[in-house]
Design a protein. Structure first.
Length: 589
């Protein structure tokens, strides 16, 4: 269905043309003086130049033509030439009834549905999944869900870091711990075992130990580098260890992501890009796009329009090794082959800004990706602790994701138990649902690029701009609806949503009317925080309406049925929005 602003513009266009003004001046925005009006049109100001008239005269002309128009409760011209608008109660109610009837509450699916790759998560295999990867997973999941809801073919790829030095470190640490394993026997020529030589628990111990050792032991580090090189160049024994590492960690990673409500369509990684790399290097060299510089193979990416100097993209180091950028380019070649995406969205922290500028520019320069295909790097800021420094555990280490989730769930559990209206078993289950909402909303409600402070107390609060507050609102509506249902026989069904009889009720409707616009712009701008802002405001106007209106005691049955339909719509819109953000509401809380 049409956006409310466009509907209003349609309604005032004839007034502009009837006065001899171009209809393009009939643009409408939300009012920036909500105390004076709901919407405004500034077209008279713009038209003044064209028609060499005073803006206020134009505004008065237009307003006069709108007199008696049933769309409006009030239209007035105010100095220097604003047209202030209030919609009629019936018109707004009609808009609500259309939302109720339409699929997806009137949100139209995008017409050119292409495939969009969302590259998010980005966990590094065999390294613990820590809070640094949390934001990517949370933001990416919401973008993927939103795009899907809008009708795009969204393909989410976790793009694992599964090909780096951590693999060589693990191989060498394993050699030190279990030198008798066949993988380390140079003369071994049989099949390698199916069973991994370590459990996930052991693997979790091996990597940090190896990483620490490499920082103090130069020889060990050199061995790890050598092992990484051999793995990447086809050593069968190391390949077998690598497969074990992958199998064991993937099971664990999948569990971790599932707990966050994050799922991927593709579980690919840097290793999958390797087959494309030799061809890629050859192609870039042959076409003269890449050249040797101090032994390395590089591609220039600087442009005259750049405000700062950008270094060339290194495709191959002087020792012959491929780099992070090379594997991202290989991945792009594969993605083009498999999906020819109409858009790419990568979600990482902003420290990778230069990396993606380089990769995108090489991809376009070489023609691997069409010039007009958007390649978006959604960069996010750091999650800080209350001290303003990157979030750490109480002991000062990097917090592991599982522990973080546990900490949030415990905090929510304590809050639920304070009021103690449910059994502790139910409280545990509910705490998990609310905890996830607290965590995700706490992240998503900030503009992604900004750093934010991870504050458990604030995030888990049932009041204010928090996930639990939104859930609380939904639960409250559910409870009103179920009480209404219990006594329904006595009530009439009514005609639909009626024109509002209070300012609070109308505010709920006006807020709901923003829904389709918010969803679309949130996706276009890859900005899930806009949805958070919208549902926060919606919850707020709903709760004000609830506090000022006795829905269940209303004696006019048609009016009561209208209230019920309206709050059902609020619930539907809130649930849709949190579903897109990646969490859900419990039955009670
Ligand atoms: N594994 C990387 C990291 O931990 C993130 C991967 C992001 N995606 C990509 N295509 N480079 O920093």
């Amino acid at each position: 269905m049409k956006k409310i602003l466009d509907c209003i513009a349609e309604a005032i266009k004839p007034a502009f043309t009837a006065c001899g003004y171009e209809e393009s001046f009939a643009r409408v925005t939300l009012s920036n003086r909500p105390d004076l009006c709901e919407y405004q049109c500034n077209g008279a100001m713009a038209a003044a130049k064209t028609y060499k008239k005073k803006p206020i005269d134009i505004a008065n002309d237009v307003v006069e033509k709108l007199e008696g128009n049933p769309v409006f409760a009030q239209v007035s011209a105010v100095m220097p030439g604003f047209i202030n608008i209030r919609l009629s109660e019936d018109y707004v109610a009609d808009y609500m009834n259309t939302m109720v009837r339409e699929p997806k509450f009137g949100l139209e699916e995008s017409k050119n549905k292409g495939t969009i790759i969302v590259d998010y998560g980005g966990a590094n295999v065999a390294k613990p999944l820590h809070v640094g990867h949390l934001r990517s997973a949370i933001i990416g999941e919401s973008i993927k869900r939103l795009g899907r809801f809008l009708g795009y073919n969204m393909v989410g790829d976790v793009h694992l870091g599964d090909w780096g030095l951590q693999m060589g470190l693990i191989i060498e640490e394993l050699r030190d711990r279990q030198p008798e394993l066949v993988y380390f026997d140079e003369n071994y020529s049989g099949e390698y075992p199916d069973q991994p030589p370590f459990t996930i628990g052991e693997l979790e111990d091996i990597y940090p130990a190896a990483s620490a050792k490499s920082k103090v032991d130069e020889a060990f580090k050199a061995r790890a580098q050598e092992a990484t090189f051999r793995l990447q160049n086809g050593c069968e024994a190391y390949r077998a260890i690598w497969r074990h590492i992958m199998n064991v960690s993937l099971a664990d990673l999948k569990k971790n992501y599932a707990n966050l409500g994050v799922t991927f369509d593709l579980w690919k990684g840097e290793s999958d890009a390797q087959p494309y790399i030799p061809g890629l290097m050859e192609d870039l060299e042959k076409r003269g796009l890449a050249y040797e510089s101090q032994g390395a193979l590089v591609v220039d990416i600087a442009r005259d329009t750049d405000s700062k100097e950008l270094p060339p993209c290194i495709i191959r180091k002087s020792d012959g090794a491929a780099l992070y950028a090379t594997s991202d380019l290989g991945t792009i070649i594969e993605r083009e082959r498999d999906f020819s995406p109409s858009r790419y969205i990568y979600i990482t922290d902003k420290r990778q800004e230069l990396h993606f500028i380089q990769v995108f520019r090489v991809a376009k320069k070489a023609g691997y990706v069409k010039e007009d295909t958007p390649m978006i790097h959604l960069m996010f800021g750091t999650m800080n602790g209350k001290d303003g420094k990157p979030f750490k555990t109480r002991e000062g280490g990097v917090m592991r994701l599982e522990n973080l989730v546990e900490e949030i769930n415990d905090a929510v559990y304590d809050r639920i138990m304070e009021n103690r209206t449910v059994s502790s078993e139910e409280a545990r289950k509910t705490a998990q649902i609310i905890g996830l909402a607290a965590l995700k909303y706490g992240d998503l409600s900030n503009q992604a690029s900004k750093d934010y402070i991870f504050d458990i107390d604030r995030f888990t609060s049932f009041e204010g701009n928090t996930g639990p507050y939104i859930l609380y609102t939904i639960v409250r509506i559910k409870s009103i609806l179920s009480k209404y249902e219990e006594n329904k026989d006595a009530f009439s069904d009514g005609a639909g949503i009626l024109g509002a009889i209070s300012a609070e009720e109308k505010n709920v409707m006006l807020q709901l009317a923003k829904y389709n616009e918010v969803m679309e712009s949130s996706f276009a701008e890859t900005a899930p925080h806009k949805i958070c802002q919208f549902i926060y405001e919606l919850s707020d106007v709903f709760n004000k309406f609830y506090n000022s209106t006795s829905i269940l005691k209303e004696e006019d049955k048609a009016r009561q049925a209208s209230y019920v339909k309206l709050i059902t719509l609020v619930k539907g819109v809130l649930e849709t929005c949190i579903g897109v953000l990646g969490f859900e509401a419990p039955e009670r809380m």
